[in-house]
Write a protein that binds this ligand. Structure first.
Ligand code: ZN
Length: 48
């Protein structure tokens, strides 16, 4: 479970909305669309 501090709800990780941009994986809450975090996509090769 992930917790959204925007709408104060617990969200199933599988239900999170994911977007890839600029090599980062951005995760959004499906309820309020607030951003929960941005992570380095492990599938993206390192530039160095
Ligand atoms: Zn939310």
């Amino acid at each position: 479970m992930a917790h959204c501090r925007h709408c104060d709800s617990d969200v199933d990780v599988e239900a999170l909305v994911r977007h890839e941009r600029d090599g980062l994986l951005r995760v959004h809450c499906p309820d309020c669309n607030g951003m929960l975090g941005a992570y380095r996509d492990p599938s993206t090769p390192r530039s160095r």
